[in-house]
Design a protein around this ligand. Structure first.
Ligand code: BGC
Ligand code: NOJ
Length: 811
């Protein structure tokens, strides 16, 4: 069942009923100021850091769900309603939510009054604009009251939700004309404040929540809108809000627009006050002046559209498959940009107060946006590398505001260092900027201990090599990519973290997955060394990689598939020999080892992928492991803590499915790769939205697997490495176009189902028009470049400004 449809021309998803199976959200902002907005106006916003600088309050896991947002109440002759449906839930004769790239527009009509609310963050501004358009669609004049409503968060979202003994006494506001200023804690250590303004004369206002809503009421039955009269309250402690009351008269057919600006302002310490106790509002007034008319709003929206149009033009696909087109051209890159902005901090599943930026997550996210914003990718790489330790290990997470490593989580996730090499190599291939390797980058953010980025990569590489276990395979540490495979944790206490409680320090538990990563990523390091005229180091790296490959085939091969790991006691994890009730096969080494090319020439790769198909494939995607763990295993950790079929215990983890897709292309089975692709790509799931439940325009981290009662149900949409890896799989391996060291590789492997397509790819300033005829999915290609046939699959990089025409026959 569908709850809306794609509008590809406008690059929007159009939701046509408020009653979707879960709130379907969108993101506003891409620089400093961000907002989350659901299809019914729920959500919140923040400046840079969702924990430390939250402007508006949101209640996670509330009843009803999706509580808190930017709401507009209308009192039309005593009938009070909200055009976003929530929170009043009054019947609407028309409802539509259009989630676009960086903006959302929600329209509700009731009793011939059409109310459209447009939400966006203009480029270059630290503010949200909310434009309300009211239109009288009836034949008699209307005189209505409009009330805006937002609830301020007292800045630190964690404190705001926990420290009530203090918070209920700190709230402060100022009201001047049509602007409400929120200045809690501004009197002391904060140099920032927020404001909510409307470009019209107000008939009243409210800033005290209790007075506006009523102590025993909810957002759905607030006092002031129902009474039709603002109370002009000034908050003192408790919960400051901002509400404007507006009297609006509309002749039949008449339309009026109101522009609300929700802004964030920082003042230099010396310029905080206009006079004692009164905020210096100069900067706020500039922001207000920038959006005082509907024309300014429409110009800013136009700029935002152009911005996205520009970004997305670096990779565009024309094919006969509209679902594929919309994933590749619009929604997958859009999600990649959102993960770039948010990492794993704020979504409807991430509360914005938990995790900072992940070392491994950020490096992998980069793979999906490096072609969109290469300069920002460069900056990101330097930030990430600055949190690496001198021994090559890394802080697992760092805080976006301070860019410092997070001590609570610490280090010891032994896959982390290798992802840095992958991120850097993707960046150089995209840009040709080898100069980045010479940048001086600190270790652990200590400017007195810095080295070139190249040296950081060497330490990453060496960290694996220096931490090998009894079988010559990499030690896993706290966990590898699978955060829940905690082979040194042995946790019996529900109050401790599976990841950070390491009460075994032995050097025995080994990861076949990290071994696969080493074989896949090690050659990238070797190639970089060659470029830097270090042939001996390159040769050393290649020989270590070859050694690792042998170790995998000798100790990491289980007969029909790759083993997952050896545990603390040296027992196999993910083997046919594991007892019944335990998993016998896990997905990660199957995909990753084959991606690395292990066993491709000797047959193990094909066997492993056949085993994936037979044991892990389901109608909704490939599950992580099978059978699921039935009981908690203290020696395995969190993986065995989840009920069968969810999360890392046999859920469909959409992050590692693309590794299998890429692996399938490595052995020339493009058709199978595309089958897997379609099973989890959200646009293909639109018709089963009632089962899938999350947004049909973005990937979710996990879909419940075949062992779960709610098989096919997705959770944790938006902020997941799934976005970038699926983009890599489809664009670079199935459609087959990726920058390599010496040119653009064109090697489609998708099969007959996409018989003909054209990709326009911009890279290093040149444009490549690639027209493909695809008669089979074996990965065999013949290329003609500007009319001349060439050998191989690499089209040399062309001069900036030039256009290269490529004809490709893929069979
Ligand atoms: C989850 C993982 C997640 C980790 C992050 C675990 O509980 O299952 O998916 O990566 O927490 O800390
Ligand atoms: C989510 C985490 O963000 C990611 O780093 C991890 O690889 C997966 N979960 C799998 O556990």
């Amino acid at each position: 069942m569908r709850f809306g449809h794609f509008d590809d021309a406008r690059k929007e998803y159009v939701i046509t009923t408020p009653k979707t199976p879960y709130p379907w959200i969108n993101y506003l902002g891409s620089e400093q100021f961000f907002g989350l907005v659901s299809h019914q106006g729920g959500g919140y916003c923040f400046y840079r850091d969702a924990k430390m600088r939250r402007l508006t309050r949101y209640r996670y896991n509330n009843v009803p769900t999706d509580s808190g947002g930017r709401y507009f109440y209308i009192n039309d002759g005593g009938d009070t309603w909200t055009p976003t449906f929530m929170p009043m839930k009054k019947e609407l004769s028309f409802f539509e939510c259009r989630h676009g790239l960086g903006y959302t527009q929600i329209t509700g009509t009731r009793n011939n009054l059409r109310a459209e609310v447009l939400y966006f963050v203009p480029l270059g501004q630290t503010a949200e604009v909310h434009q309300v358009t009211l239109k009288n669609e009836g034949s008699t004049p209307k005189s209505v009251k409009l009330f805006s409503f937002i609830e301020f968060c007292l800045w630190n979202a964690h404190d705001d939700g926990t420290n009530f003994q203090r918070n209920f006494s700190t709230g402060e506001v100022e009201v001047v004309g049509s602007t409400i200023y929120h200045k809690t804690e501004y009197r002391e250590r904060r140099d920032h404040f927020a404001f909510y303004h409307v470009n019209a004369k107000v008939s009243g206002f409210d800033t005290d929540r209790e007075s506006f809503i009523g102590l025993y009421n909810g957002f759905g039955d607030p006092d002031v809108p129902s009474a039709g009269e603002s109370k002009n309250t000034i908050a003192s402690g408790w919960s400051p809000i901002a509400s404007h009351g507006l009297d609006v008269t509309l002749a039949p057919g008449e339309e009026k627009k109101f522009v609300f600006v929700l802004g964030y302002v920082e003042n230099p310490r010396a310029e905080k006050w206009e006079k004692p106790g009164i905020i210096n509002k100069q900067r706020a007034q500039q922001l207000i002046a920038a959006f005082s008319s509907a024309e300014q709003v429409s110009a800013a929206l136009g700029k935002l559209r152009e911005h996205w149009q520009g970004l997305l033009s670096s990779f565009t696909l024309e094919s006969g498959d509209e679902k594929l087109n919309r994933m590749v051209n619009i929604w997958n890159p859009y999600q990649c940009m959102v993960t770039f902005n948010m990492s794993r901090s704020a979504s409807y599943f991430e509360s914005g107060i938990g995790r900072g930026m992940g070392f491994r997550d950020s490096n992998q996210d980069l793979l999906g946006f490096v072609h969109l914003v290469p300069e920002r990718a460069r900056e990101r790489i330097i930030d990430i590398a600055s949190t690496q330790f001198a021994d090559g290990s890394a802080y697992h997470q760092y805080q976006p505001l301070t860019k410092r490593g997070n001590n609570e989580v610490g280090s010891g996730f032994n896959d982390d260092p290798l992802w840095l090499i992958l991120g850097v190599s993707a960046y150089i291939k995209e840009t040709g900027d080898y100069g980045i390797l010479d940048e001086q980058v600190p270790f652990d953010n200590d400017p007195n201990n810095a080295a070139s980025l190249l040296e950081h990569l060497k330490r990453s590489f060496d960290h694996v090599e220096k931490n090998l276990g009894p079988h010559g395979l990499p030690l896993i540490g706290r966990a590898d990519w699978n955060d829940c495979l905690n082979l040194n944790c042995f946790s019996e206490d529900p109050n401790e973290s599976f990841q950070t409680t390491g009460n075994r320090t032995g050097r025995t538990a080994e990861s076949v997955f990290i071994a696969g990563m080493f074989v896949h990523i090690g050659p990238e390091y070797a190639r970089i060394c060659e470029y830097k005229a270090q042939p001996a180091e390159a040769a050393r790296a290649r020989s270590e990689v070859a050694k690792m490959e042998r170790a995998v085939l000798q100790h990491g091969w289980d007969g029909e598939w790759f083993l997952r790991a050896y545990d603390f006691f040296g027992n196999k994890v993910g083997s046919k020999d594991c007892p019944d009730g335990d998993s016998k096969i896990l997905i990660e080494p199957q995909g990753y080892c084959v991606m690395a090319g292990i066993g491709v020439a000797t047959g193990e790769a094909k066997k492993a992928l056949d085993a994936v198909k037979e044991r892990l494939d389901t109608p909704y995607g490939i599950v992580l492991n099978n059978p699921p763990y039935r009981e908690y295993h203290v020696e395995l950790g969190e993986i065995s803590s989840y009920p069968p079929g969810y999360k890392e215990n046999a859920g469909i983890f959409c992050h590692n499915n693309p590794w299998v897709m890429i692996a399938e292309t490595m052995i020339g089975r493009g058709e199978q790769a595309f089958e897997y692709y379609k099973k989890i790509a959200p646009a293909y799931l639109e018709d089963i939205s009632e089962i899938h439940r999350t947004e049909p325009y973005v990937y979710s981290q996990m879909i419940a697997g075949k062992d779960a009662p709610r098989q096919g149900e997705a959770k944790n949409s938006w902020l997941t490495g799934t976005g970038s890896w699926n983009f890599v799989a489809i664009s670079q391996y199935l459609l087959g176009i990726r920058p390599e060291w010496d040119g653009l590789c064109v090697k489609p492997c998708i099969g007959k189902e996409v018989p003909e397509f054209t990709v326009t790819r911009k890279c290093r300033g040149a444009t490549y028009r690639i027209h493909v005829k695809s008669t089979g999915g074996t990965g065999q290609v013949k290329l003609t470049v500007d009319g001349k046939p060439i050998d191989g699959v690499i089209v040399p990089f062309a001069k900036p400004g030039s256009t290269v025409h490529i004809e490709c026959e893929a069979s």
